[in-house]
Design a protein around this ligand. Structure first.
Ligand SMILES: NC(=O)c1ccc[n+]([C@@H]2O[C@H](COP(=O)([O-])OP(=O)(O)OC[C@H]3O[C@@H](n4cnc5c(N)ncnc54)[C@H](O)[C@@H]3O)[C@@H](O)[C@H]2O)c1
Ligand SMILES: O=C(O)C[C@H](O)C(=O)O
Length: 349
């Protein structure tokens, strides 16, 4: 196994719910002879071929996610990988009468076959990480990819869509709107203290009383805790699968050239000087992040939440980086004759 493959093996070992989307035009032959008999969405305008691999597919989120993705006419092949058996579950999915093909792989030794030819086009592949802690796993994945010489910052995403889905729902409830009509940007990260719903930019209507603002914000931040109270020890696999499927379909559409695809996700970022990774609204295109739309103008309440989240985000990012051996820069400069940093004490080395 060459070094790059070893690197990827290592990554996929770490991330049970990592989703990998190669976009090879060569490997899968597009075959859509039947017009839309069941009134499902039409296929991609660009005609790209699409394979999605779910790692951790046999888990609670993975199973529902696969069922949702199997229904997408935009996906040609759905590949399931898990360390647990996947063949029975895969066979059941093949009985769902949609066009998307199912392949299945089990065990660590079969991870690379599940990602067939990954090495040939890894810089084109999109990687979306849903496994927690997302705030740390995205920086960690990026560092591993950098070490493997195959890092493309535009194509590595941490999935935070569940926070947006919850925000849209709670805002719609308060405002008496259809949830499908509501769009709320959610920035920051994916933990209670780092989720920043930007309700001041909610569309179509951003008018709330202070009490509503606080209640909606807390409902989003504490959604996981509130679910756990009612169904311990489960998490929220159904809504998580729904949100993840939405994000994956958005990536697929972006790859296939659909215009105006905007999603919030945690990515390598330059929009805030202290935060190397941040979730913000992103314009997605065929090559990944086409434009980071940055931090929307925040209300005082949102700015306060954001400022409070910065130390946690910094520490979460560092935790991920340290896990794969990335150290903080030295606090002093041992060898530069005109150091910008203070000189090291004598015993520093
Ligand atoms: N980003 C989000 O919005 C969000 C929301 C909810 C949950 N989560 C996270 O998603 C993750 C999965 O949740 P779940 O409820 O499906 O858990 P789960 O335990 O039911 O499923 C995880 C699956 O991953 C498999 N797995 C473990 N190690 C593997 C490896 N090395 N290679 C391949 N497969 C492996 C397991 O066998 C299992 O089937 C958790 O980390 C959870 O915290 C994220
Ligand atoms: O399941 C989890 O770990 C939490 C999940 O990310 C959630 O927001 O509900």
């Amino acid at each position: 196994m060459n070094r790059t493959l070893q690197t990827f093996y290592k990554i996929y070992e770490f991330y049970p719910n990592l989703i990998h989307i190669p976009t090879s035009k060569n490997i899968f032959r597009r075959c859509r002879p039947i017009s839309d008999a069941r009134n499902i969405a039409s296929s991609a305008p660009s005609g790209n071929l699409m394979k999605v691999t779910i790692v951790g597919a046999a888990g609670k989120i993975g199973q529902s996610l696969c069922l949702m993705l199997k229904q997408s006419p935009l996906i040609d092949v759905l590949c399931l990988h898990d360390i647990k058996p996947t063949s029975g579950f895969a066979m059941e999915l093949t009985h769902v009468d949609t066009n998307c093909k199912i392949t299945a792989f089990t065990g660590k030794d079969n991870l690379l076959p599940a990602l067939d030819n990954f090495k040939d086009y890894f810089l084109q592949a999109f990687i979306a990480i849903g496994t927690n802690p997302v705030n740390s796993l995205v920086p960690m994945a990026c560092e591993v990819l950098k070490k493997g010489g195959c890092y493309n910052p535009k194509t590595v995403f941490g999935i935070t869509t569940l926070d947006t889905v919850r925000a849209n729902t709670f805002v719609a409830q308060v405002q008496g709107l259809e949830p499908e009509c509501v769009v709320v940007p959610v920035i920051g990260g994916h933990t209670e203290e780092t989720i920043i719903p930007v309700l001041s930019k909610a569309k179509p209507c951003a008018e709330f009383t202070n009490e509503e603002l606080e209640n909606i914000t807390m409902s989003i931040r504490k959604a996981h805790e509130n679910i756990l109270k009612l169904k311990p020890p489960d998490s929220a696999p159904l809504s998580s699968a729904f949100a993840t499927a939405r994000f994956i379909i958005s990536l697929v559409k972006a790859i296939q050239g659909y215009p105006d695809i905007i999603e919030c996700a945690l990515v390598s970022s330059k929009v805030h000087p202290q935060l190397k990774y941040l979730s913000t609204p992103l314009l997605l295109g065929p090559n990944g992040v086409a434009k980071n739309l940055g931090i929307p103008e925040l209300s005082d309440f949102e700015s306060c939440m954001f400022d409070n989240a910065i130390p946690t985000l910094i520490s979460d990012i560092k935790m991920g980086e340290k896990f794969v051996g990335v150290q903080d820069p030295p606090p002093c400069d041992p060898c530069d004759p005109n150091p910008k940093a203070p000189r090291c004490p004598k015993n520093w080395c």
